[in-house]
Design a protein around this ligand. Structure first.
Ligand code: CA
Length: 227
């Protein structure tokens, strides 16, 4: 999942962006002023920072400059008002990677975020692979032996969590957390999602990759002994 730091002081705008992106499967963090935003940007590990230009305590341009001065290359998407074209240009000089002009469509924002992330990831070549199973966290696509596999959102989230830790066990609690966040969710539903996932990625193939570790959780591994 893509981790986004949203730095925006206007509550309603921040809430709209948060709700939309979270619904679309992003993991969100939020800061309501520039000083906090910079502290979080330096302390956390984010895939993209969505940064408002006009912020209390430390504005977007200064934040961006400080971030780059600290050696951080996290992609920054700047949010600007329509009448601040000049600020945009300064923003790029200070290390912002792209911008959208308020008011913007959420779809547009999401597309820009994915494009920035893809650009960053392509440099790092970050597809997840186990055997002939490949997951692309940017395109949200999965294929096995070159065949595209379509998954539910739950299936994708679970598979990504398993592949990130492959070939190790991922416990029920960690899978539930990946899927539902802090609030949990019930284990029967979790097992159901995993059996749907297993049907999609394993049933049509000779080698089974998803392994149940009874009483503990699941793991994804190539040529592993069934436990
Ligand atoms: Ca603002």
């Amino acid at each position: 999942m893509l981790r986004i730091l949203l730095i925006e002081d206007q509550r309603d705008i921040a809430a709209n962006i948060w709700d939309y992106l979270e619904f679309r499967g992003f993991v969100m963090d939020h800061a309501a002023d520039g000083a906090n935003g910079l502290r979080m940007a330096l302390g956390g590990s984010y895939d993209v920072i969505v940064l408002d230009l006009g912020l209390p305590k430390l504005d977007g341009i200064d934040l961006c400059r400080a971030l780059r001065a600290a050696g951080r290359d996290t992609p920054v998407l700047m949010l600007t008002a329509r009448d601040t074209l000049e600020d945009k240009l300064i923003g790029f000089a200070e290390g912002a990677d792209d911008y959208v002009v308020k008011p913007f469509a959420m779809k547009e924002l999401e597309a820009r975020i994915r494009a920035l992330f893809r650009r960053g990831r392509l440099q790092h070549g970050d597809l997840l692979r186990v055997g002939d199973l490949v997951l692309d966290p940017v395109k949200l696509s999965v294929e096995r032996a070159g065949q595209p596999i379509s998954l539910t959102r739950a299936g994708f989230v679970l598979l990504e969590a398993l592949m990130q830790r492959a070939p190790h066990l991922v416990r029920h609690g960690d899978l539930a957390h990946a899927l539902w966040g802090g609030d949990g969710g019930d284990i029967a539903t979790l097992h159901t999602h995993l059996s749907v996932l297993r049907a999609a990625i394993d049933r049509p193939f000779e080698t089974h990759l998803l392994h149940t570790v009874h009483g503990f959780g699941y793991r994804i591994a190539d040529n592993a002994v069934e436990s």
